[in-house]
Design a protein around this ligand. Structure first.
Ligand code: GRF
Length: 197
């Protein structure tokens, strides 16, 4: 059944935006409980900007991403209910995390707490996993609190990488799984919010 009142989602991203794309694609299905209404980035020329243009979604470049009150009023202007981070390379200002408490989720390309924390982002994660010769890695979707990779975990999925012969191959395989699971988790979360209103 089509959802009439969709939850308003802002995607925060700094990179290529492949997760943003997957989230938007899913949102275009009738049954999706959410709608992506704005993409926020700390990088003016990030690849995700092209994604926003492709789908006709407003792109907001935020030069001073540490300014909590300004970020909050920007999101209020769009009526944002939920924030989904997808490769966002800045720490969120504490005021924002407080204002959107339990309404911010992130995706991390490992089974947290493994390969999380400072410096553990993007290819750094996959290079470390590759170096450790692990037969599997995974993804974690979690709530965001003041301490980045520390929020409560919502979903973890294991990814078999026994056949991967490079960090790039691991990254590609992990991203395929991210693109499948992230939209579903966001959808389920929004469905729940919805049934409470
Ligand atoms: C993803 O691997 C995600 O897990 C991490 O950053 C990467 C973003 O990639 N947080 P993309 O820009 O969505 O392709």
């Amino acid at each position: 059944m089509p959802h009439q009142h969709k939850v308003h989602v802002a995607i925060f991203a700094s990179g290529s935006g492949s997760n943003a794309k997957a989230l938007i694609e899913f949102s275009r299905k009738n049954e999706a409980a959410y709608e992506v209404i704005v993409i926020v980035s700390n990088k003016e020329l990030a690849g995700v900007r092209t994604v926003s243009e492709q789908y006709g979604i407003p792109f907001e470049y935020v030069a001073d991403s540490g300014n909590g009150p300004a970020m909050i009023s920007l999101l209020q202007k769009y009526g944002v209910d939920i924030i989904a981070l997808g490769g966002y390379m800045r720490l969120l200002p504490p005021e924002l995390v407080k204002a959107y408490s339990s309404k911010i989720i992130n995706i991390h390309p490992s089974l947290l707490p493994n390969y999380g924390g400072k410096g553990m982002y993007g290819m750094n994660v996959h290079m470390a996993v590759y170096k450790d010769k692990l037969p599997f890695t995974g993804i974690t979707i979690h709530f965001v609190d003041e301490e980045y990779d520390r929020g409560l975990s919502l979903v973890q999925a294991k990814v078999d990488i026994a056949d991967c012969t490079s960090p790039e191959a691991i990254s590609a395989k992990v991203k395929t799984i991210e693109h499948l699971i992230y939209p579903m988790v966001l959808h389920e979360m929004c469905k729940r919010i919805y049934s409470q209103t």
